[in-house]
Structure formats: C-alpha cells, structure tokens
Design a protein around this ligand. Structure first.
Ligand SMILES: [Zn+2]
Length: 258
C-alpha cells in the first residue's frame, strides 16, 4: 500500500527529537510522502531542512493565522518573499482562525484589526500559491464563511481544506468549487469527519495526521504511520476495498501536487 500524509508538523516537539526513528517507522508501513507544514519563519526553515534530509518529506511553507498577530508587517512581507522564492511544493499551513478558547492565542484580542490583518496576509499567501501554481492547505477555525469567500474571491483552485470542522451546510459549495478535503487520524472519535467522507467524492479526499496532534488514541503523540487508520475508515464508510482507497488517494496526490 502506498500511503500519504498531506499534513504533518515533523519539526514539532514529540517528533523532531526522534525524527530518524519516525521516518523509518513510516517507511516501513508504506508511507511514501509526508507533507510537513511550516507555520512561521523559523518553522519554514526547519521544514526545508527536513525535506532536504529525508526523501519522503515534502515542504509546505506558510504563516499560520494566529501567528500573524505576533509579527510586524515588515517581518511578514520578508517571509512572504522568502516563501515566493523557495522551492516549496505547497503553501501551508495558512488560513483564518477566529477561535477564542480559554488558552487560545486570540483569547482576548480578536479585534477587527487583527481579523483584517489575518485576511490581508491570507490573500497574499493564496496569491503566491496561484503564481506558483501549487496547492494551498487551508486551516479554518470558527471562520469558515470568510475563508470560503476569500478563496473564492481570489479564484483559488488547488485548495485542500485541512481537518474541516465547520458547518455542514458549506460542504456542497466547496465540493462544487472542486476543492479537496484531508481527513485526520482522530477520525474514529471525530464523528463529523464520517459525514465528510460520505459526501465528498473519493477523488477529492486526502489522508493526513496533523502529527504530533490528533492521534487515533487521544493524547498520544501522532506520526504519519497512522494514516492507515483513515484509509480503513474511508473504505468502511464508502464500502470499498482498502487497497483501492489507498491507490485512489495516492492518485489524487499525483494529480494535484505533482
Ligand atoms: Zn496543522
């Protein structure tokens, strides 16, 4: 079986300390591609290093929405230049995040100004993906409608909605736009993904881990070898053979990313 993880954070704590072991383990179970996501300037460089060192690691560079507030316009513009001139194969992780949970970055400060700045740079990152003609991996939390409208306004085509947990009523609109969805490894306990698997055609589905987060078993450290769990769930829900699901998802990768 050829497996793919379109969304992981291999440079994060929990994985980076034992990265050789993690990569070997993934290769052993048939993982052929791990797209690892940059979320800020330091992370973007770490992602590029990892992709040079390990053949199965592919670089996605981006600016995570909640990090935008932590950097000056000048710093962000510099980083956008760096991303534009890099040889990343994906733009990610980018998007919009309006969540204000207890320990979340936006707990007290989600002003219109903060939101507008997030949107401004999300647009610029989308434009980079369009100029480079590469896919964009999109995070959206409590901001689905704005995320969809911005992507539509920019006429982004190669869109992968990562871990979409927004309202069901927007799903058909995104499917009609031709966008794809990546399903994470916590799929067994996150029931809304069962619905997404059901309604999204197989040729628009991807497997992901968001490792080290979203492990199949809550609070364990996740890694890309677990994507098999998602293959099994898609096979079960769509009543297909696991091998067939894995082959189709690998084909989806070749079509959109190569
Ligand atoms: Zn992520």
């Amino acid at each position: 079986m050829e497996l793919i993880d379109v969304h992981a954070h291999l440079n994060y704590e929990g994985l980076i300390e034992r990265i050789d072991e993690v990569i070997s383990k993934c290769k052993l179970v048939g993982v052929k591609v791990i797209i690892t996501q940059g979320t800020e300037p330091k992370g973007n460089r770490e992602v590029l290093e990892l992709s040079k060192k390990y053949d199965i690691v592919k670089p996605a560079l981006g600016f995570y929405p909640t990090h935008i507030a932590e950097y000056s316009d000048e710093d962000i513009e510099n980083e956008l230049n760096f991303i534009s001139n890099s040889d990343c194969i994906v733009i990610g992780e980018v998007g919009l995040d309006y969540f204000q949970g207890k320990n979340h970055e936006h707990k007290d400060n989600l002003t219109d100004e903060v939101k507008n700045r997030m949107i401004k740079y999300f647009k610029k990152l989308i434009q980079i993906s369009i100029d480079k003609d590469i896919p964009i991996i999109v995070h959206s939390r409590k901001a689905e409608l704005d995320t969809i409208e911005v992507l539509e306004e920019m006429k982004a085509k190669k869109v992968v909605m990562h871990c979409y947990s927004g309202k069901k009523k927007y799903l058909q609109r995104m499917i009609d736009n031709g966008w794809s969805f990546s399903i994470p490894t916590n799929v067994e306990r996150a029931l809304h993904f069962h619905y997404i698997i059901k309604v999204v055609p197989l040729n628009k589905l991807f497997t992901e881990t968001d490792a080290p987060f979203l492990a199949p078993i809550k609070n364990e450290i996740n890694d890309s070898s677990n994507v098999i769990v998602v293959i099994k769930k898609i096979a079960e829900i769509k009543q297909l053979d696991e091998e067939e699901v894995a082959n189709n998802i690998f084909l989806n990768y070749q079509k959109l990313f190569l």
